[in-house]
Design a protein around this ligand. Structure first.
Ligand SMILES: Nc1ncnc2c1ncn2[C@@H]1O[C@H](COP(=O)(O)OP(=O)(O)OP(=O)(O)O)[C@@H](O)[C@H]1O
Ligand SMILES: [Mg+2]
Length: 457
């Protein structure tokens, strides 16, 4: 174990040396300072664990030094040496974060005990910090890249993070992420990429529902110039683009059945050939797939290839819907309040406690995306730095308001007609921006895209 580093600050040389000698004998690494200014120089140049600090010092008194140390080095522990019967200063020092004290004249035993108590505390504390760091290392990195942390303290989310850290190190395993829309599948996929050794390489995200069947092969595997009309140049496919990195196959349940065998072959052989070319190109790609559909069930209904399902489902991470992990709701609420108040530059000083209470009761069919949108909207509406319950339109997006205000006709009871109308309305409201419209509808733009295709919009 590394030696604990102690700085002794006392203006009386005799005391300083005596303590230092004792500590050195006891296998500590010791630094000495007679003046506060010397002490600060040493602190800025060395990593010190504990300071032993006299209360009476020239330049400035020990209490002031203590405060300054705690300001600049909050993790550092300070043990005070107090004058005879100077109990008031001791109390003041303890109030200001001193870890322990011993009075002058002291017995070396007293110092020893104070140090033992303090190091025990430091060890515990650093273990705790280490744990905390490990937990946030994942989320900090993820956050930097994709703008959101993976929030959650529920058992379910902890187990998701645990699974992520296990599988991220097994470099080539294909991972299937399942869960309802808005539960964070893409976030987890990006997180997995960032946690793996491939993180310096490309994360290529592909929405399987958005590719037309005719272009499928060319998109996935590339093509040779002239291999079909329109192939005016050689083109690399997604497997090649993602080489050495991660290929994210989102909404894999929507991959045309006719194309699935080709993808399966590429996964098994780890080789692809461009359309119109004969040679095979070796690709080193980690595939992460996501789906909000029940692929296994689909494969028994012959809507998805069973062999492909088996190939991609060796490691499944399931994201439970938010209604099954309600303890995450207040955390997400706070997180998004913080996030959007910064992003929208609207400081929020007060949050009505009723909001969390009410949100916990709500089932969130749109999952995390819905609470995110709800908070964003609420912050936009809020006034005077206060977030009120009324600012939250719990369970009724503007769109649903719209339905309520629609004239009652037979048509409204036709689900497809209403769905189509809602989508049109959302697109209008979002100035034809698909992701905005999808946000209004609390669905991902991928599922919006799928629906738009279905309705020929
Ligand atoms: N645990 C979480 N902590 C913080 N933000 C989250 C969490 N889960 C999801 N989000 C946020 O919610 C939104 C939706 O997440 P994401 O796009 O990953 O969902 P999805 O499961 O891929 O949805 P879909 O099936 O509709 O594509 C994103 O803005 C994401 O950052
Ligand atoms: Mg998604």
């Amino acid at each position: 174990m590394e030696k604990v580093r102690i700085l002794v600050v006392d203006d009386e040389q005799r005391v300083r040396d005596e303590i230092a000698e004792f500590l050195t004998r006891n296998k500590f690494q010791v630094f000495k300072a007679g003046l506060p200014s010397e002490a600060f120089n040493i602190l800025s140049a060395n990593k010190i664990d504990i300071v032993i600090l006299d209360i009476k010092l020239p330049e400035m008194d020990g209490l002031t030094v203590l405060k300054k140390i705690k300001e600049s080095y909050p993790g550092l522990e300070v043990i005070m040496i107090s004058g005879h019967g100077d109990m008031n200063s001791v109390i003041e020092a303890m109030r200001n974060g001193a870890a322990d004290f011993f009075p002058k004249p002291f017995r070396l035993m007293d110092i020893n005990m104070a140090i033992q108590r303090t190091t025990r505390y430091i060890n515990l504390h650093s273990k705790y910090k280490e744990l905390e760091k490990k937990f946030s290392l994942i989320s900090n990195e993820i956050q930097k890249q994709i703008g959101h942390q993976l929030i959650g303290k529920s058992k379910a989310m902890k187990s998701v993070i645990n699974m992520m850290s296990k599988v991220s190190s097994v470099e080539n395993t294909t991972v299937l992420i399942t869960g309802e829309s808005g539960t964070g599948k893409e976030l987890v996929a990006r997180g997995l990429h960032l946690m793996s050794k491939r993180n310096k390489q490309y994360f290529h995200s592909v929405n399987c529902s958005a590719i037309t069947e005719t272009l499928f092969e060319s998109e996935f595997f590339g093509h040779k110039k002239g291999s079909f009309t329109g192939a005016i140049e050689n083109k690399a496919g997604w497997f090649e683009i993602a080489n050495k990195g991660t290929l994210f196959l989102d909404e894999i349940g929507d991959m045309p059945l006719s194309q699935q065998a080709k993808v399966l072959r590429a996964l098994e052989e780890r080789k692809v050939s461009r359309v119109g070319a004969h040679d095979k190109i070796v690709v080193d790609v980690r595939v992460i797939a996501a789906s909000n559909q029940e692929l296994e069930k689909m494969s028994y209904e012959k809507k998805f290839r069973l062999d492909l399902y088996h190939r991609i489902s060796s490691f499944i991470i399931h994201l439970p819907p938010l209604r099954e992990r309600k303890e995450d709701i207040p955390l997400l609420l706070n997180y998004f309040i913080d996030h959007y108040s910064k992003k929208l530059n609207k400081p929020i000083k007060k949050v009505d406690p009723l909001i969390a209470k009410e949100l916990v009761k709500y089932p969130f069919p749109g999952n995390v995306r819905e609470i995110r949108n709800m908070v964003e909207r609420a912050i936009i509406i809020s006034e005077n730095d206060i977030l009120k319950l009324e600012d939250f339109q719990i369970g009724k997006t503007d769109i649903f308001d719209n339905i309520n205000n629609m004239p009652e006709s037979e048509e409204i009871w036709d689900l497809e007609v209403s769905e189509k109308r809602l989508i049109k309305k959302a697109l209008e409201r979002g100035n034809n921006n698909k992701s905005k419209a999808a946000d209004f509808l609390n669905i991902s733009w991928q599922s919006l895209d799928r629906r738009m295709k279905k309705f020929n919009l």
